[in-house]
Ligand binder design. Structure first.
Ligand code: PGA
Length: 250
């Protein structure tokens, strides 16, 4: 049985004081959840969020990292830096980073390898645009992104990777993929993993759905056979709403 992982992606939102009060509030709501609860916060919030989350079942993640250890890379943050303060998760290759900051399948692969070597849990994002979905290319796009992201990883590393299927047209738009479409696409991703790493690995990989997940649709999505939780943007900004998503099965 795969665990459900519900991760909030705050994107560029929340000052430290807001992060602190959010975690304080969330803690009570989710303390009895058997689902994995993760908050991916901006760099400037991480230290505060980690302090607040100590002794709770809330895990803290970053939203990006560099694949180099250190050096002349102005403005960048390394995996070692994240690890040194106790960060456990990191989002890699979010579609906003691919679209606005030139991330490619190649940089995604480098970051993924680096994160895994440091035992940071990566949440690697794949997903097609509306145009690609409408022209029937979704399967090729997501399976190719998956293959290239995971290239060169060991079976164990693939098992330790979380994949988030996020159709770009569903992110922040209020449009959610139907539960059937989301499940089917995630099955394509799982088949791609099986093709390259075997059935056993594929059956263990956690694959989330992301794109306008909210408390009103979380249950129907997360109850599908292949959807192992979600990556939640907008609806993760309010503790009570995010908690309802985490507690979808209560
Ligand atoms: P959304 O964002 O839930 O606001 O659509 C999801 C994401 O970008 O991870």
């Amino acid at each position: 049985m795969r665990k459900k992982v519900i991760a909030g992606n705050w994107k560029m939102n929340k000052l430290p004081n807001e992060a602190i009060s959010f975690i304080e509030e969330l803690e009570n709501y989710v303390k009895d959840s058997e689902n994995e609860v993760v908050i991916c916060a901006p760099y400037t919030d991480l230290f505060y969020a980690l302090n607040m989350a100590q002794g709770t079942n809330i895990k803290i993640g970053a939203q990006n990292m560099n694949w180099e250890e250190k050096g002349a890379y102005t403005g960048e943050v390394s995996g070692e830096m994240l690890k040194s303060i106790g960060v456990e998760y990191v989002i890699i290759g979010h579609s906003e980073r691919r679209a606005y900051y030139n991330e490619t399948d190649e940089t995604v692969n480098k970051k993924l390898k680096k994160a895994l070597s440091l035992e940071l849990k990566p949440i690697v994002c794949v997903g097609e645009s509306l145009e690609q979905r409408e022209s029937g290319d979704a399967k090729t796009i997501v399976t190719t992104q998956t293959k290239l992201a995971l290239e060169g990883l060991t079976n164990k590393e693939v098992e330790d990777t979380i994949i988030a299927y996020e159709p770009i047209w569903a992110i922040g738009t209020g449009k959610t993929a139907t539960k059937e479409d989301a499940n089917e696409t995630i099955k394509w991703i799982r088949e791609e993993v099986a093709k390259n790493y075997g059935e056993e690995v594929a059956n263990k990989v956690i694959i989330q759905y992301g794109g306008s997940v909210k408390s009103s649709n979380a249950k129907e999505l997360f109850e599908m056979s292949d959807i192992d939780g979600g990556l939640v943007g907008g609806a993760s900004l309010v503790a009570e709403e995010f908690a309802k998503i985490v507690n979808y099965n209560k």
